[in-house]
Ligand binder design. Structure first.
Ligand SMILES: [Zn+2]
Length: 341
């Protein structure tokens, strides 16, 4: 049946009709709100390149978590800005690490809010890379500590020794009350290493949400200011994925599933909607996508200039991620979008 019998505009006449036939809907239950926790008390420091996003001390993070939960958003994901950085990311896995402190405090005050813990080392390493860095020598943690790398030297991000620190971090976070472990480092074999470590520690019921297909992206720029995690030399292309590779993204996800991931993520979201769609088609696990800092910053900057309708673009961007197939969306708009839906 074609025109004039068929007229698709019939169902677009009113908001009631449009709403009745809408295929993709946003709900607050799909959102995860990222929090950046820093030392101190009463600290609420706005991130310059991400207006509306703050570095929060533990007490402020608890307030933010309570508000998030009251809006129907079921989860936060925690990132940490430690007091000190070093060559073995002590702040990531220490019992009194900043995220561990925040997790305990949030669990105490908002026990029903799910806490995801981002597991990576870059925020805690003096060089800002996601793994142990070495200039030369054997692949061991001891050797890396003995010979820290300098700027301008040939270096390598050591895969296998890094796994030990990621596993240690995961166990420490889970013990502090983190409900879901979310490794974002992109080392090979990390999901398996983390699963084994959690199981050995008796944390058999702690799920893993792996940043399975994480691309080396220019859209992470503002996050590096928010989390103070910019690499001091080089870049992350030797471990994060190349932006042109869809088939490799499927291999990354398949490997993480085999290693025991309970949920998988694609990051960034909007420039990689095809990857989200392909992953949804191919895998049956819960699928998440991260609307990253650059996606947020672009919307905010354009809105501030009066070039776009801010709220409309926020909801359209989130709908596109949902429509592509992500059931879970990590977004700096979680609270605001929960109010708008
Ligand atoms: Zn990292």
């Amino acid at each position: 049946m074609t025109f004039p019998t068929t007229r698709l505009r019939r169902l677009r006449q009113t908001e009631q009709l449009r709403s009745l036939v809408r295929e993709t809907r946003l709900t607050p239950e799909a959102f995860v709100y990222p929090l950046f926790v820093c030392p101190g008390e009463g600290v609420r420091k706005e991130v310059r390149s991400m207006p509306g996003v703050f570095n929060l001390s533990v007490d402020e993070a608890v307030k933010e978590a309570a508000e998030t939960y009251s809006l129907g958003v079921p989860a936060v994901i925690l990132f940490g800005l430690p007091e000190k950085k070093d060559e073995v990311a002590t702040g990531a896995w220490a019992d009194d690490g900043i995220v561990q402190q925040a997790a305990r405090a949030i669990k105490r005050e908002v026990p029903k809010l799910l806490i995801m813990g981002d597991v990576c080392l870059c925020e805690y390493m003096s060089h800002g890379h996601c793994g142990i860095v070495r200039a030369a020598g054997p692949q061991s943690l001891g050797a890396a500590v003995a010979a820290p790398p300098g700027v301008g030297t040939e270096y390598e991000i050591v895969n296998d020794a890094t796994l030990e620190l990621l596993a240690r971090t995961s166990v420490s976070l889970a013990r502090a009350g983190v409900d879901i472990i979310a490794p974002s480092d992109m080392m090979d074999g990390r999901v398996g290493a983390i699963r084994r470590a959690l199981d050995a520690a008796g944390l058999i019921n702690t799920p893993i949400l792996s940043y399975a297909a994480k691309f080396a992206s220019g859209f992470y720029g503002p996050f590096r200011e928010a989390a103070d995690s910019a690499p001091q030399f080089g870049d992350r292309r030797s471990y994060q994925m190349d932006g042109g590779n869809l088939r490799e993204a499927m291999r990354e996800i398949a490997l993480d599933v085999e290693e025991g991931a309970d949920m998988v993520m694609v990051k960034p979201a909007m420039p990689y909607l095809d990857v989200i769609a392909a992953a949804r088609e191919r895998f049956d696990l819960p699928l998440a996508a991260y609307q990253v800092s650059g996606e947020y910053a672009m919307i905010e900057a354009a809105a501030r200039n009066g070039w776009i309708e801010r709220e409309r673009v926020i909801m359209e961007s989130l709908t596109s991620i949902r429509r592509a197939g992500a059931g879970i969306i990590l977004t700096y708009y979680a609270k605001e979008a929960a109010r708008l839906v």
